[in-house]
Design a protein. Structure first.
Length: 108
């Protein structure tokens, strides 16, 4: 029988892709680059979340898209995800060719 946590507190964090570092498999965004839903800078992600949802441009991502620790969210191949989200290799808002642009939002 699985152990169920008796209380799950919802926490939301937001950032932009522009806050990330690295490319391809090493692309990551530090927890300190996120803003908590209280409006203050985050210091860390929860240590043992029951689950987390990752949205890129308001699109819920599958579980194999990212990994999260208390200090970082790693999103291997973010540039591929961005082009899949737009259905093209151009960012629909800024026209940036492929890669990472600063106007893509991350909600974790």
């Amino acid at each position: 029988m699985p152990i169920t946590k008796p209380f799950i507190a919802g926490r939301r964090f937001s950032s932009t892709i522009g806050a990330g570092t690295g490319t391809g498999a090493t692309f990551a965004i530090a927890a300190t680059a996120f803003t908590a839903d209280t409006g203050v800078a985050a210091t860390a992600f929860p240590a043992s979340p029951a689950y987390y949802n990752l949205y890129i441009n308001a699109m819920l991502q599958t579980a194999d898209t990212s990994t999260v620790t208390t200090t970082t969210i790693t999103i291997p191949g973010e540039d591929v995800l961005a082009s899949q989200a737009y259905g093209t290799d151009r960012c629909c808002k800024c026209g940036t060719q492929g890669g990472v642009s600063g106007d893509k939002n991350i909600y974790a």
